[in-house]
Design a protein. Sequence first.
Length: 116
Amino acid sequence: MNPIINQIGTVFIPVHNIAKARDWYCAILGVPVTDEILFGHLYVLPMQGTGIVLDSKIYQEDRVFKMAPFHLNTTDIKKAYAFMHDKGVEMVTGIEHDQWFNFKDPDGNVLMVCEC
């Protein structure tokens, strides 16, 4: 019996300033901000499904995500794109194949939103 479960528990995102990253991600995801920064460098975002942990200890400018390691879901790609654009988020692509787009967080990590 294999002791490793075929399930992703959480994804770590390298961020420069944990408090600023927490505020930005919470605003983008529409989740409440809490003061629970763990060990001075970790912030666990309240997610449905696979978790996201912001981590300022692993941040190095040359190690940010150059390609999206995962995607955030949406049920309306056009509304999601307009929302991110209105928030002033740096867009990497337009909406591709009426299905997805890439954007950058304030630290330069490339992430994706995809219609499910």
